[in-house]
Design a protein around this ligand. Structure first.
Ligand SMILES: [Cu+2]
Length: 95
């Protein structure tokens, strides 16, 4: 993990993403620390190469990405997880 990484703790559940931080800086790595206490979900950050299955349980995964462009980015669920799946997205800001 880059020592200067900006960590965002992400919790997946049925059917939402909960982030402890929704604003990060451009040009500095972001460490998405993702855990899913409820259900199996697909953690996808639209516009990046991050798209990974998150198993249900306490084991967290870390995905690092550096955003060069400021803007509003979307986190979506890329794995069908039930009736709320299509509404399972949230946004964060890179500035
Ligand atoms: Cu889903």
């Amino acid at each position: 993990m880059p020592s200067n990484a900006q960590k965002i703790n992400v919790v997946a559940s049925d059917w939402k993403w909960t982030l402890d931080k929704t604003t990060v800086k451009a040009g500095v790595p972001v460490d998405f620390h993702v855990q899913s206490p409820e259900g199996v979900h697909g953690f996808e950050v639209v516009g990046t190469k991050i798209n990974v299955t998150v198993a249900e349980g306490k084991n967290a995964i870390d995905k690092v990405w550096t955003f060069d462009k400021p803007g509003t980015y979307t986190i979506a669920c890329s794995q069908y997880c039930g009736s709320g799946h299509s509404n399972m997205f949230t946004q964060f800001k890179v500035q």
